[in-house]
Write a protein that binds this ligand. Structure first.
Ligand code: ATP
Ligand code: MG
Length: 387
């Protein structure tokens, strides 16, 4: 008996002419995520098989695979030659004295095997009942299901669990986007969600040292690393924002501070995005969450983005829903570390909730926008993050 890991992918995206492209990307992403392990990779009809790995690392390999977008589920399986006696013996290894209800499901793709599937399932089930008197068969309500998958290639896979994986589309198949990553809860979730739709992610973070701390920056780097566990390699562009914030603070009405700041972030992000060939900008905004996330605020910030779409995957999410995803991807504990983000300094008491574009534009006339932007862009630090 050989131990293998079966990988099932979401079938929908493999239909049609793009199949080769999607599959190649998925296989590349799987290999990238398993680069620290020794193993063999093979393809068998509509699934992939990982074999010849160190059994002690099986759990770790499965944890990695659970984060690869495009994988639907995986199973740790026993692979045996298709021989009924061997199959029956192997089936018993999946059970012990634990009292439980079970069913056996046989799938017979190899029609050279002439015993009908239900007959086989009955025989195997009988063996289990006899060996472990605490067990009982229940076809509709069962604690454990043993799958016996008889493939055309002369081998049979036996397994009991289909472990749900991340689903989605292979990262990279939809192009690349630049995500505005703060140290908060929302933006890492937004990045995760867009990676799940097949976008490769690069990230931009604006920091305001010395008002914000080195730890605040470390926190963002750690969040980017967490996202890269799913999204693969991420380039994080760290942009100095202090001079811009000081200028706005000095020359513009305080209630416009946040709106104007956001417009600078968007302008800089678009230029950066175009430079790195990203096709969209991603933010973690959610409608109505704070004053700067009203429809009117989004309209005014969008106005400075000329060439690219702005994706806001969380726009319709409640905070609780966002937090649930944040916890699921293990970002939450990092996100809630209490370091100041640049948005929380120079904060006005009463930010404008429905900013008027004309008034904002007039206020911005006091600033040398081009110079502020190019100074910031000339001092970008690039951090390369691998999962
Ligand atoms: P988050 O939890 O993502 O920080 P938030 O609820 O705190 O979001 P805001 O602070 O208003 O909301 O930020 C809205 C969005 O703007 C963020 O989701 C992020 O995409 C972007 N953003 C905010 N601050 C920064 C920053 N310092 N660097 C990069 N992007 C930022
Ligand atoms: Mg924030």
């Amino acid at each position: 008996m050989e131990k293998v890991i079966l990988i099932r992918f979401s079938e929908i995206f493999l239909k049609g002419g793009n199949r080769k492209f999607f599959e190649k990307r998925l296989i590349d992403n799987i290999k990238e995520s398993l680069k620290d392990f020794e193993y063999k990779f093979s393809q068998s009809q509509n699934r992939y098989v990982i074999s010849d790995y160190d059994e002690d690392s099986e759990g770790e390999i499965i944890e990695k695979l659970k984060k690869v977008f495009g994988i639907h589920s995986v199973s740790a399986a026993a692979k045996v030659k298709t021989d009924f006696e061997t199959i029956r013996k192997t089936a018993l290894t999946f059970f012990d004295d634990t009292p439980l209800s079970f069913r056996v499901t046989v799938r017979r793709a190899d029609k050279r095997v002439d015993i009908p599937s239900p007959v086989m399932a009955g025989e195997i089930g009988g063996d289990i009942l006899e060996a472990y008197p605490g067990t009982k068969v229940n076809l509709s309500k069962f604690d454990k299901e043993l799958y016996v998958d008889i493939r055309e290639n002369g081998f049979t896979y036996l397994f009991t669990d289909k472990i749900a994986c991340a689903g989605g589309m292979p990262v990279g198949t939809a192009g690349k986007a630049l995500c505005l990553l703060s140290g908060g809860i929302d933006s890492p979730v937004a990045a995760y969600m867009m990676a799940k739709r097949g976008l490769q992610i690069d990230a931009v973070h604006f920091h305001s040292m010395p008002y914000t701390s080195e730890q605040a920056k470390e926190k963002v780097i750690n969040l980017a690393k967490i996202v890269s566990g799913y999204a693969g390699r991420i380039k994080l562009y760290v942009v100095p924002f202090t001079e811009i914030q000081e200028s706005i603070h000095k020359f513009c009405p305080p209630e416009y501070m946040i709106t104007i700041m956001r417009r600078f972030m968007m302008r800089i992000s678009e230029r950066l995005a175009l430079k790195i060939n990203a096709g969209a900008i991603v933010t973690g905004e959610s409608l109505g969450q704070v004053a700067s996330q009203t429809m009117q605020s989004m309209t005014v910030t969008n106005k400075v983005v000329e060439h690219l779409p702005v994706f806001r995957p969380l726009v319709g999410f409640d905070k609780e829903e966002i937090i649930a995803v944040s916890k699921k991807i293990d970002a939450f504990d990092t996100s809630i570390l209490p370091y100041q983000d640049c948005c929380t300094i120079f904060l006005p008491k009463n930010p404008v909730i429905r900013p008027k574009p004309e008034l904002i534009e007039r206020a911005e006339k006091t600033l040398d926008i081009e110079k502020l932007i190019s100074d910031a862009l000339n001092n970008v630090e690039i951090i390369d993050l691998n999962p």
